[in-house]
Design a protein around this ligand. Structure first.
Ligand code: TYM
Length: 336
């Protein structure tokens, strides 16, 4: 059987950052080969942070444009917007009745986000966010889920729910998904604080590289990346997190092993590494940026791709939902 791949990103910014790109998007593109891939822009998830409506609409298209620009191929894969396939919200309700309060409350992303805004600022959607994520995955009989390290715990919950459904409702109700987390790029760090992950909600914009950014901005941010006290270029995540992060990014873009890069820079200064890395990153991202702009400037063409994707996704999602509705005992409507 062809393996099914599913993954998704939230439309919560005007550009994906380098962590999204290296940790997830490039894996999505690679996994299209020989597999049946389904990728989504999860706009329902983004509602948990109460975005401005017009901004959410714009970012949904911009996010899809970046998937296409990075190499998600709509001829081979299914690309759609989550809210276009209502089965995601429907399955979330069923799964929420299989999820314990304690289980949901243990999710570290929920704890982090809710502690930042306090109880009065925390909506119930944020609490069941990982249940919606499990619905995304389980609807497509997914075998493999390419994500970065920060999604590991959510994936564990999806797996627990899948096992629980199969135990209570009978084997074969849903497929148990496996995470696909590529160790080397699973966590790209902030350029200003290389012990924290690069994230769109980071405190300083200088720590982030947005893939649609102006080349000059990208170069400046790489050149001003925080490095370490001594001057030796070597990979040491513990003691030299700044340089190690730069080496990881270098290796991910060039496909060359870290040791080879370290050997090339033997006896050279951090400045050399940063200047070369800036050229590598700017060069690699230029075609992605151009292609994304083309898609953004043709919203009709983009919307058609998304409509075709939603039509294909709905067929799979509906079959799974009907199977689950039937097994939990919901009375099927009489067909007329
Ligand atoms: P999101 O939108 O925050 O991030 C998208 C993807 O980028 C990865 N990522 C990183 N990888 C490496 N280093 C980093 N610094 C870094 N920052 C982000 C994330 O791990 C993710 O793979 N909950 C998900 C979206 C989602 C989803 C799903 C994912 C909803 N439903 C179903 C997979 C399957 C999220 O917030 O990702």
């Amino acid at each position: 059987m062809t393996q099914r791949v599913f993954s998704a990103m939230q439309p919560t910014s005007d550009s994906l950052q380098l962590g999204n790109y290296l940790g997830a998007l490039l894996q999505w593109v690679a996994l299209q080969e020989g597999r049946d891939a389904v990728y989504s822009v999860v706009d329902l998830h983004a509602l948990t942070v109460a975005p401005d409506p017009a901004v959410l609409t714009r970012r949904t298209r911009v996010t899809a444009a970046q998937f296409l620009a990075a190499g998600v191929d709509p001829e081979r894969s299914t690309l759609f917007v989550q809210s276009h396939v209502p089965q995601h919200a429907e399955l979330t309700w069923i799964l929420s009745t299989f999820t314990g309060m304690g289980e949901a409350g243990r999710m570290t992303q929920f704890k982090d986000k809710s502690s930042k805004v306090g109880e009065s600022g925390t909506n119930v959607g944020l609490f069941i966010y990982p249940v919606l994520m499990a619905a995304d995955i389980l609807l497509y009989d997914t075998n493999v889920v390419p994500v970065g390290e920060d999604q590991r715990q959510h994936l564990e919950l999806s797996r627990d729910l899948a096992h629980r459904l199969n135990t209570r409702l009978g084997e074969g109700t849903v497929t148990v998904p496996e995470p696909h987390i590529v160790k080397e790029v699973a966590k790209i760090y902030d350029l200003q604080d290389p012990t924290a992950k690069m994230s769109k909600s980071s405190s300083s914009p200088n720590g982030i590289i947005d893939i649609l950014d102006d080349p000059k901005v990208i170069t400046k941010r790489i050149k001003s990346a925080v490095t370490d006290a001594d001057t030796v270029i070597r990979f040491d995540r513990e003691n030299k997190p700044g340089v190690s992060n730069l080496l990881t990014i270098y290796s991910a873009f060039t496909g060359r092993p870290v040791d080879h890069i370290v050997a090339d820079f033997e006896g050279k200064m951090y400045g050399h590494l940063k200047a070369d890395l800036a050229d590598v990153v700017v060069g690699a991202l230029a075609p992605v940026r151009d292609a994304a702009m083309e898609w953004i400037e043709s919203p009709d063409r983009l919307d058609s791709v998304l409509a075709d994707g939603a039509a294909k996704a709905s067929v799979i999602a509906q079959a799974t939902l009907e199977r689950i509705y039937d097994r939990v005992g919901l009375l099927p409507p009489k067909r007329r």
